[in-house]
Design a protein around this ligand. Structure first.
Ligand SMILES: [Zn+2]
Length: 423
């Protein structure tokens, strides 16, 4: 090799090394049963071809040829869907709290256990330490840790005197500042500070469970409106924790976009049984979406040793709320409240949801509905050319058994296996 050829070869090698991603091998997932979106027909014996983090081709084996250079994942009959969203999580477990200083392996194990093991390639954090969650997101984005895309509300807003009874100990243990807001100005100022730091939404406790004689404390409407308005000024969504009818009313009247839970209160507030058609119509008129978090109600019931027949009544109630809201055209966003709960396994949530929704509606709640609600429909939520290669390979067919959504073989984000057998 001549001197010039040697130099050229060296430059080329250096260029290739620097642009590692741009020249990465294509990824081909073959032999898969593909559900490209909730409404598209099944592609049997399908192939998905990925290059540079994006899907470039989708079709049957006959339609898509696999380049010789590709890394091949043989799905042998497993089911492939778009990557899942969990639209209600909390970056709160202690193994995720030291995001700045902790070892990558520690953080990644925590993320796997709670999120990527269950197919989540995008999550919406509905309340955590803004600083810690932004630090974690940065380490994932830098490639230091494999994890989902994290959108976050940052620190939540509690009413004055309304720090929820079930987080008081946690906040004290972790040395958190008081998250209560007393005036519209104080609330708006904090919302501005958080959004300026890069948070993606706000979360208010429209109804905060404080226990005692009060039970559920609603947030003052002027304060709720002040927080929501700051998010809306920037085209960002507002979430609310409702707890009861009064909380839902504050959420609706302040312009909240997503209700973070169904409601089932035993607080003596004499709510009517279930959501009335009038209430659902008001929620729909305000284009409000819902994360059901159905497992949460069982998890809480278990914690206080509630009688099984009482829990069964609660489940019946929230199932009817989800069913009626969806039937009225309301958007359902899959969400479990993990990070607050330790119920990481999603099997039970799918079992409970299937009492209210069919499997295609559940798939929509995991993929297309959150992608479109949060402004990512052009990039995420479907398996189609040009979309980000966020994919989930399932050992089981959710059209036959919705709990198969929990049997994740591989979680793939941007064409990279971030959890599972083929990592
Ligand atoms: Zn929550």
């Amino acid at each position: 090799m001549s001197a010039i050829a040697k130099v050229t070869a060296a430059i080329m090698a250096a260029t290739l090394a620097m642009s590692g991603e741009a020249v990465a091998k294509p990824l081909a997932i073959v032999n898969a049963e593909i559900y490209p979106s909730p409404n598209a027909p099944l592609i049997s014996d399908g192939v998905v071809l990925v290059q540079d983090g994006k899907i470039i081709k989708v079709g049957t084996r006959a339609e898509v040829s696999v380049p010789k250079t590709a890394r091949v994942i043989d799905a042998h009959g497993a089911v492939l869907t778009a990557g899942f969203w969990n639209s209600h999580v909390h970056i709160m477990p202690s193994d995720l709290m030291g995001a700045k200083a902790s070892k990558a392996a520690t953080l990644e194990e925590g993320i796997q256990a709670m999120l990527t093991h269950w197919g989540f390639t995008t999550v919406f954090d509905l309340g955590s330490s803004t600083e810690n969650t932004l630090a974690l997101r940065k380490r994932i984005a830098s490639g230091d840790i494999d994890g989902p895309m994290i959108l976050t509300c940052g620190d939540p807003f509690f009413p004055e005197g309304g720090t929820p009874i079930y987080v008081r100990q946690y906040l004290a243990d972790h040395g958190w500042a008081n998250e209560e807001v007393s005036t519209p100005k104080e609330a708006a100022d904090r919302a501005v500070r958080q959004l300026d730091r890069g948070t993606d939404a706000v979360k208010i406790f429209a109804g905060a469970i404080v226990g005692g004689d009060i039970g559920v404390l609603p947030m003052r409407l002027d304060i709720a409106k002040a927080v929501v308005a700051e998010a809306h000024k920037r085209g960002k969504p507002a979430f609310a924790h409702p707890s009861n009818y009064a909380g839902i009313n504050v959420a609706i009247d302040s312009g909240v976009d997503v209700l973070a839970h169904t409601t089932a209160t035993e607080d003596g507030s004499h709510d009517p049984y279930g959501w009335t058609p009038e209430l659902i119509a008001r929620m729909r008129a305000h284009n409000m979406a819902l994360t059901p978090t159905m497992t949460l109600f069982e998890w809480e019931a278990h914690k206080i040793h509630q009688k099984p027949e009482v829990t069964a009544q609660t489940i019946k109630l929230i199932t009817s709320e989800v069913k009626d809201f969806s039937a009225a055209g309301g958007e359902i966003l899959f969400g479990t409240d993990v990070g607050y709960t330790d119920a990481y396994d999603t099997t039970e949530e799918y079992r409970l949801m299937s009492g209210a929704l069919d499997w295609r509606q559940i798939l929509a709640s995991l993929t297309t509905t959150p992608a479109s609600r949060f402004g990512y429909a052009a990039h995420k939520g479907r398996i189609a050319p040009g979309m980000e290669a966020d994919l989930v390979l399932l050992d089981g067919d959710p059209s036959k058994d919705p709990t198969a959504f929990a049997r994740v073989r591989d979680t793939i984000r941007g064409g990279r296996v971030i959890w599972g057998a083929d990592r």
